[in-house]
Design a protein around this ligand. Sequence first.
Ligand code: ADE
Length: 228
Amino acid sequence: MRFDIISAVPELLVSPFEHSIIKRATQNGILEINVHDLRVYGLGSQNQIDDYQYGGGAGMVMMCEPLDMLINSLKKQTNYDDIIYLTPDGKNFTQKIANELSLGENLLLICGHYKGIDERIRQLHVTREISIGDFVLSGGEIAAAVLVDSISRLVPGVMNDETSALFDSFQDNLLAPPVYTRPAEYQGLKVPDILLSGHQAKIDEWRYTQALERTQLRRPDLLQDESN
Ligand code: ADE
């Protein structure tokens, strides 16, 4: 799977992809992640990418021309399944959307800054608008990293244990059950006996019950909402 990411601060997107699971998958060629510096397409001697907003008001807006030029040049080389703009006024990102997007081959992500991007770029190019939560970040880069990470772990071959992404919280609308590792007792707190029993069917049943109880307690909305 290939991700192209458009950013005015590409340095923000170096570290998240240079470790652990994502690093291994890019080295193995299962993932390709390309970060494109918007400023390369900036206008004039200052490589300008933002300007004052029409109608007045605080905050700059990312201009049409640099974004349009960069997006068009990328579109010439790659057929995108989706062109996603990361924005707090987008649709809330969920595991269901991650699952959907993981079925594609090529995604283009656009990171906004300041007041956001000129509305006409949204009209001309963007196919999905996604928010990672009801709060405002300084820019879309951290949100883009969240998408790349959560989508990538669903791509076959990215995870070591092929099945483990299926048991993540939110798959099946359930939070994950509690997990333990050695030692079997720590500061008087014991690992539940069932997990030491070696009885796999009973362990699976216990995990399911725990997941259900945890979800009822912490996120009852997940059990009601069929659209998650
Ligand atoms: N850019 C700024 N805030 C954001 C958010 N909550 N989600 C996605 N992109 C953003």
